[in-house]
Design a protein around this ligand. Structure first.
Ligand SMILES: C[S@@+](CC[C@H](N)C(=O)[O-])C[C@H]1O[C@@H](n2cnc3c(N)ncnc32)[C@H](O)[C@@H]1O
Length: 281
């Protein structure tokens, strides 16, 4: 492939469009979702956040980067529950940063949460190298149109031994050509409605692994089905505000899967120290 072809394939960064989307819609999100802006959740969302703490293995004394923090609903919950955790919360939306700050102050969490208005693709410049025990994305990673650059940036800001945790929606795949076509069309509607770029799971995993992360797990969030909220909040949101509204259920195909990914930046170079590989785990 020629160099110019390669460059033209790079998707433009959509951070400004995402900022405008959340500046315009955050109040509406709060009306329907409350302070946790995640579609995949339990009816009592606190239970989902408790699950997240366990699954991402958030621990006392850690320094965490909440990449795409919304209005700090998750960050304030984690900071109240976990002793001595320090959370750098980053959002691209000034409206969210302001509301997040009010939320942090209301909960007296100034000492534990610091909000930065920034594009998460620039975290290396904003926070520096080897800073975090964990970088986590809660339904925020998929907004990026430059996912490889974003994963590179996570690698840079993570300490050796640090964790990358992504919970998000990924495009479903089907061996049926017609079904795949419908999946692609419906995903496109979601992407246009939400300024999203729904990730392709295998592409993200390939990037994570080729970067040198150790893939710890990929799984569907393990919530009790009786507690699962069944995406009714996101359907209500779409109907109320006419964002990616499903106009007809004829030919409708469920277009996405939700997954959690946990990957570890090796504490030692697994290339130089192949024989020590398992000491990392
Ligand atoms: C669906 S909301 C999830 C918010 C939050 N994680 C939660 O659980 O409530 C997506 C978040 O990703 C953030 N985001 C998207 N693209 C971003 C970017 N380029 N830089 C920083 N934040 C971004 C948005 O500002 C928004 O806060």
């Amino acid at each position: 492939m020629t160099k110019s072809k390669k460059i033209s394939n790079i998707k433009a960064n959509n951070a400004e469009k995402v900022r405008d989307f959340y500046n315009k819609n955050t109040d509406n999100f709060i009306k329907v979702y409350g302070e946790i802006i995640q579609a995949f959740r339990t009816t009592n969302v606190d239970e989902y956040l408790d699950y997240t703490i366990k699954s991402a293995n958030l621990k006392a004394g850690e320094r965490a980067l909440d990449a795409g923090c919304g209005v700090c609903g998750p960050a304030t919950y984690f900071a109240k529950k976990i002793q001595d955790i320090q959370i750098e919360a980053c959002t691209v939306s000034d409206a969210q940063a302001e509301k997040g700050q009010v939320n942090v102050e209301k909960n007296n969490l100034n000492a534990k949460i610091n909000i930065t208005l920034a594009d998460y693709h620039n975290i290396r410049d904003v926070y520096g190298k080897d800073q975090f025990d964990i970088v986590y994305f809660l339904e925020s990673f998929g907004h990026s149109t430059q996912k490889n650059i974003l994963i590179d940036a996570c690698w840079e800001v993570l300490k050796p031994g640090g964790r990358l945790y992504i919970k998000d929606l990924f495009k479903r795949i089907s061996e049926d050509e017609w079904e795949q076509l419908r999946i692609n069309q419906i995903c496109r509607d979601i992407e246009i409605g939400y300024e999203y770029d729904i990730a392709n799971l295998s592409g993200v995993l390939d990037k994570i692994r080729s970067k040198g992360f150790i893939l710890n797990f990929v799984k569907v969030p393990e919530v009790d089905l009786s507690q699962f909220e069944h995406l009714t909040i996101s359907n209500d949101f779409q109907n109320l505000f006419n964002i990616a509204k499903i106009e007809s259920w004829d030919d409708y195909v469920f277009p996405i899967d939700f997954f959690e990914i946990l990957a570890i930046k090796p504490a030692i170079s697994n290339l130089d120290n192949m024989h020590l590989y398992f000491m990392n785990k």
